[in-house]
Design a binder for this molecule. Sequence first.
Ligand SMILES: [Zn+2]
Ligand SMILES: [Zn+2]
Length: 363
Amino acid sequence: MKKIWIGIAALLLVLAAGAWTWSRPAFQDWLLFKGISRQLKAVAPLAANEDGIRVILCGTSAPPPSKDRAKACTAVIAGSRIFIVDTGPGSANNLNLWRFSMNRITAILLTHFHSDHIGDLGEINMLSWAAGRSVPLPVYGPDGVQDVVAGFNQAYRDDEDYRTALHGLPTSGAALVARPFGLASDTQRKMHMADATIIDDNGLKITAFQVNHEPVYPAVGYRFDYKGRSVVISGDTIKWPNLVRHAMNADLLIHEGQSDDERRILAKALANAGDRELAKVISQISAYHATLQDAAAEANAAHVQLLVFNHIGPLPPDNALTRAVVTRGLNSVRSPDAWKLGQDGMVLDLPARTKDIKHSEIR
Ligand SMILES: [Zn+2]
Ligand SMILES: [Zn+2]
């Protein structure tokens, strides 16, 4: 009996000593320093493992809110060049959390100017500048990108002055610079069938091609070709032949996907709840988005190796039920090993001179 009491007393003493240590500021500071140092040592998920293309999904949600997903954002790293395709709200936070090398971003590419694709343009530019970039960040996009860039530059002008005053950041890197590209052939452009080569040097070719997101005009997708590997990003579009043409034989197609079943159920629930305006908006969005089955049929027609969905919705597939609804019928269109639901932090590596696509996740 005496031994039990001695044991209990010893345990209470240890617990009291632990609580006392935990409450000491010096101990907390030491622990915090160790924790931060450990995080900083974590390898940034940036450089391609081998010379090739690395794709990181930095936003995969459609416009409705998600706790786990940012809006549209895809990072494409071709050798040492880094491109961010669309800068949807929440994407800057993702990149920052992952210790992405913001100062090394080569350019931003916008597919169109819906808010869920441009919301974090100012934040990504500011973080990139604050991380040491000293030259203006180019923003490629179809006609209209000049206005978007001018607006963000104006909105962030005071912020630029504050940071220059305190930190002495070089003003040369503060502003975004618009790089509008024309789309060849007026007739084709009106039919959403035009394209443009926007970069073609040092073995990297980036092609913008029109998609159909009417009444949004123009809207484009992008194809990256580098060292025999190819990645295509759809942007927002209905099922569209110009996408199939430009995705032909691509290794990887990142395509938006909207579930019509889920859209109908969501609109009905919103109407029942008395939110008739939002119910009307949700019921109208099928007019300018592709279903997941549409995208799978396009990937098949273009002989794409792997199809990965982003901009998934309208509800984010964050639980088993929404995943089951959005992927309904997909396996009857395309083999289950030839498509994946994307998620924020998904990394896809395409090493040069192989046909491999290696999949990993940022934790
Ligand atoms: Zn859109
Ligand atoms: Zn969108």
